[in-house]
Design a protein around this ligand. Sequence first.
Ligand code: HEC
Length: 290
Amino acid sequence: MYIPRKFYTVAALCLALGVMGGITSYSVTLYRLFCQVTGANGTTQRAQADTVHVADRMVTVLFDTNVAPGLAWRFVPLQRSVKLRLGQDTLVLFEAQNLSDHAIVGHAAFNVTPEKAGIYFKKIQCFCFNEERLAPGAKVQMPVDFFVDPGLGTDPSTQDVHEITLSYTFFESKRPEQAIDLSRFAVAPADAVAGARDFAATCSGCHALDRAKIGPALAGVVGRVAGSVAGYPYSPALKAAGFTWTPAQLDAWLSGPQVLVPGAEMPMRISDEQTRRDIVAYLKTVRAGS
Ligand code: HEC
């Protein structure tokens, strides 16, 4: 029987995507399990999201990071804020780097403002549950999986809460012997050449660099205001989004367009973190007018 070559390519691609997706969801599940089993520090607002119903009311969550004096870490949120529905499970990323020449164990303390919203802020996975060791010079991206309980929408005392700030401070750990290694989140450097290949394979059906196809032209998208290419028929949601595309926003967009911009109309997402980073590295290299 003759089987066209193309069949093998498509089959291989499906298999690769399946495996990639499988690995990501697997590791998240493992991490979740790990956190539940270790139960470090008795964090009160830990939860299972699946049981919660998603409400219409939106809330904006802003992220703030601090490092205690003397801890040689850089620690930043990879998104300034996210807008989400009450009850909607959301994944955000923080980046930490050890700036010293020796391993350091840190522990993150967090707080939520306004304080009265704290009981509705539920984390499912968080680096803040553990003592975390970071190797000299190492850089990692740490996920936090959370939702805001729909109870916030029915509690009379929180009717005025439309913005919640989640703030983390990393301190030097007092129990370094209990540390687990942050290398589980280590990031390989982004590869723009691989990103160009991934772009051709997964984006170019809908996007060109210099003209609209099903989606808008993407040359110069890093640094461009979202939803701003003249003449392209954006969804009302993306047109009104108002932010500027940074690498972090692009990463969030590619991991879930409708999570970053509810109502957006791009019908695809990429669950593999490395692929997203490679594609964003490639998009950084394509300037407007190229
Ligand atoms: C099936 C079609 C389709 C595919 C595949 C697709 N996109 Fe899109 N993309 C769209 C549409 C449609 C929009 C406009 C969404 C809206 O208006 O809400 C869009 C919008 C965007 C935007 C926002 C641009 C702006 O001007 O604000 C970016 C960035 C983007 N896509 C990147 C990508 C990348 C990178 C890939 C590949 C990983 C990709 N897209 C794959 C259809 C697609």
